[in-house]
Design a protein around this ligand. Structure first.
Ligand SMILES: [Zn+2]
Length: 350
């Protein structure tokens, strides 16, 4: 609404339009006082009113500010806006999402009024704003090249399994991103050595998405890049140590349970196969045929083998525990010899 004519300005004054506050001021010749259009004081005679674009103009024309609507101070709208902005800062700076009542108390509003005003001005509820901010902070802290586990804890989540399930929808790569080979996402990676050779561990902000074996550490980043051609790979630095140690521990002691936050990326069919694989205990094996039978698709033996080869999480998704029907180890993405040694170790420990 533009208040660009006397007609419109008078209309706003006569109707005490709060929305016009800040757009112009009016002075009352007979009292020498100037007001906001929304002022609740008695309506003056239209003939005695003149308009000003700013308080300064009104003051230099000899008017003094009305005590009721306090035109030189902040308007109610501006005050409310400032309170909501203050609440946003409070949310951003707190480690846990603040309670609605605490936020409202801090700015002197009722929780109901605060909630309505916040939602109107910000566009989302305080709760949504808080969880959105927490997710964003989670991402930002990863950008600072921290380990995924540190980032998870620093973002204020109580456990890494919690962050995995809670961020699943919000931070997940969409199916389209997956098809595009991780286009636009950043993968942090680190290298480590274990009994079975060199390892690369790569993680998205959801969790570990790749664990691969290799003989030459210099070639391992490319191996991950081939799996996620569109992703940006970034070395995670020394902060990744904790995560690497956890992976090495898992590989060296296969009977320990996996507490890693995982970001398992694959097609629906691959996920189905990998789910079956994760149920095979160390020291046990299944044939490709048996896996196909367990997913309810006994003819899909070849597709099962492909899904095993497409596994990006060595040992965590134990594709090495799937062997040929005749008992031979069969192929392994990271070398048949490595597969045999992994199986030997698990049998010995069992
Ligand atoms: Zn007034």
């Amino acid at each position: 609404m533009m208040y660009d004519s006397d007609e419109r300005r008078w209309h706003a004054v006569a109707n005490r339009e709060k929305a016009a506050d800040g757009s112009f001021y009016y002075g009352v010749i007979t009292t020498g006082v100037f007001c906001r259009p929304g002022c609740s004081s008695r309506l003056p005679n239209r003939a005695n009113v003149e308009y000003f674009a700013s308080c300064k103009e009104a003051q230099s024309a000899g008017y003094r500010a009305c005590r009721k609507c306090n035109p030189t101070g902040n308007s109610k709208n501006e005050q409310n806006e400032q309170k909501i902005i203050q609440a946003c800062r409070d949310i951003e700076q707190s480690d846990r999402p603040p309670k609605l009542k605490d936020l409202a108390d801090a700015v002197g509003m009722s929780p109901y009024h605060f909630h309505r005003l916040f939602t109107n001005l910000v566009g989302v509820t305080p709760k949504k704003y808080a969880s959105g901010h927490q997710a964003r902070r989670f991402k930002d802290s990863l950008k600072a090249s921290e380990s995924i586990t540190d980032a998870i804890y620093n973002a204020g989540f109580s456990s890494s399994s919690g962050v995995y399930s809670r961020n699943r929808d919000r931070l997940a790569m969409k199916p389209g991103d997956y098809r595009a080979g991780g286009a636009g996402i950043t993968l942090h990676y680190g290298l480590a050595e274990c009994e079975f050779g060199w390892l690369i561990v790569a993680a998205t902000d959801r969790g570990v998405c790749a664990i691969e074996f290799g003989d030459d550490p210099a070639l391992l980043p490319q191996q991950v890049q081939d799996r996620f051609p569109g992703a940006h790979l970034q070395h995670a630095g020394s902060d990744f140590v904790r995560l690497l140690r956890e992976v090495v521990r898992l590989i060296n002691t296969p009977h320990s349970s996996c507490t890693l936050p995982l970001d398992i990326q694959g097609t629906a069919f691959q996920q189905q196969v990998w789910d079956v694989l994760r149920q095979i205990k160390p020291g046990e094996t299944l044939s490709y045929t048996e896996v196909a039978r367990r997913i309810g698709n006994p003819k899909a033996v070849r597709a099962v083998a492909s899904a095993c080869a497409a596994n990006k999480l060595a040992v965590v998704i134990p594709c090495h525990r799937v062997i040929s029907k005749d008992g031979r180890p069969g192929g392994y993405r990271w070398g048949a010899e490595r597969k045999r040694r992994l199986l030997d170790q698990e049998r010995e420990e069992a």
